[in-house]
Design a protein. Structure first.
Length: 418
């Protein structure tokens, strides 16, 4: 398989399952298990919010470094060796082991240390699987593959939180369940998805290949900036939902967990709908930038709704708007990023950086949100900031100029058969 051959149904199914597992084990702790582990008594609840934000931020920083570095190393696999599979396998096993350890951790420091391992494993596996979009798919299928990534994100939250809540699992059992999911599904997907051995033409030119050299491409840099800022807005609007239900709407813990699941289901339905629809539309029209910008503005509307009407009913409407906006933004934005890759020999490195922009936004969001909650003693400023940042992310994305056809690198032309 190569970038001019269409992938079949089996490839798309395995790719989707891999991402479903990745999102399930990453986002279920973020939305449910970590807040429960780190929640503090009612008279000191802000400390729990701050601890949760710091744990996510510290763990995410490790993942932000690990993703592009692992992607760069996989791009440089020796001739004849697999480029993506070894990294994917090692990463999913690391993730599974660290999830199990996180379940037994107690207190912010221990939980944070274990979460570092989870974040590294998720970042490295994400870099390996994301690289397959550019490695193996033609441009006409990248929107569909990105839709699989985006819709799996929402479905993963529902799957993970739904299993934990509906089965009545405690924190330790919940983490063991997640560890089993990533170990089994991640291993199967990594082994069965094709990973052609590296050839000399695939290897980057070490004389000009620097880890962050892709940021010299102006359009790629603008796209990354917009992706980062819009993802911070999304994280501000979603990562503190459980704390908002507990301490913003003063719901009892059991009711808050049930309502969190309901909000996630609503969010998921609209994410999946928007991901599939906009992914297919972007493949047909090629207008990825315009769809991404519109999606960011729709996401912004959700923050305005909750800030103006802080009720559970309004939060349901906001969850639907957030799902529509973020589903379209994450899907079409990833396909747009694949179209803008500066160097085809550095797919994993550059898409690892794209993943980092999204992951960094999702991790800065909770830290920033915790600070805003501590500043005003409530949640209204969090949702206003979510709306503003979503708009800014859309504007930054609009600056990036789409490229209908990426030129082949000079190295590839030089090594063409004579």
């Amino acid at each position: 398989m190569n970038s001019t051959t269409k992938a079949g149904g089996a490839w798309m199914t395995l790719f989707t399952l891999a991402w479903l597992a990745i999102w399930t084990v990453q986002l279920t702790p973020v939305q449910l298990l970590l807040p429960l582990q780190l929640d503090t008594p009612e008279d000191d609840w802000i400390r729990g919010v701050v601890s949760s934000g710091l744990v996510l931020g510290i763990g995410g920083l490790a993942g932000i470094i690990a993703g592009p570095v692992a992607g760069a190393f996989s791009d440089r696999a020796s001739v004849g060796r697999r480029r993506r599979r070894p990294w994917a396998l090692g990463a999913v096993w690391l993730t599974a082991a660290c999830l199990a350890v996180t379940g037994y951790a107690s207190g912010p420091w221990a939980v944070g240390a274990a979460w570092v391992g989870v974040s590294i494993g998720v970042a490295v596996s994400s870099a390996a699987f994301t690289a397959m979009i550019a490695d193996q798919l033609p441009p006409t299928q990248r929107g569909a593959a990105s839709a699989a990534v985006g819709s799996s994100q929402a479905a993963g939250i529902v799957l993970g939180v739904g299993l934990v809540v509906l089965l009545g699992l405690d924190i330790v059992t919940g983490y063991w369940l997640l560890a089993g999911v990533i170990a089994v599904v991640g291993t199967v997907a990594a082994l069965l998805l094709p990973d052609p051995p590296a050839t000399q033409s695939m290897r980057p030119d070490h004389r000009r290949s620097v880890l962050l050299s892709s940021l010299r491409d102006r359009d790629f840099a603008w796209m990354l900036s917009g992706r980062l800022v819009a993802n911070i807005g999304n994280a501000l609007g979603t990562a503190l939902f459980l704390f908002f239900l507990l301490h913003g709407l003063n719901q009892p813990s059991t009711e808050a967990q049930d309502n969190l699941l309901l909000l996630i289901v609503v969010y998921t339905v609209f994410v999946v709908f928007a991901s599939v629809l906009t992914g297919l539309v972007s493949d047909r029209t090629g207008d990825r930038r315009g769809l991404t910008v519109i999606a960011a503005f729709v996401q912004a509307a959700s923050g305005v709704v909750i800030a103006v009407v802080p009720t559970f009913e309004a939060t349901m409407i906001a969850a639907a708007l957030m799902g529509l906006g973020y589903g379209a933004f994450s899907t079409v934005g990833l396909a747009f990023a694949a179209d803008l890759l500066p160097d085809e020999q550095d797919h994993a490195r550059d898409l690892g950086i794209v993943n980092v922009a999204a992951a960094l936004g999702q991790l800065i969001g909770p830290m920033l949100g915790a600070g805003l909650v501590a500043l005003v003693g409530g949640f209204w400023l969090v949702f206003i900031a979510a709306a503003v940042l979503s708009v800014v992310g859309g504007v930054l994305t609009a600056v990036a100029k789409p490229k209908t056809r990426r030129p082949r690198s000079s190295r590839s032309r030089a090594e063409a058969p004579r």
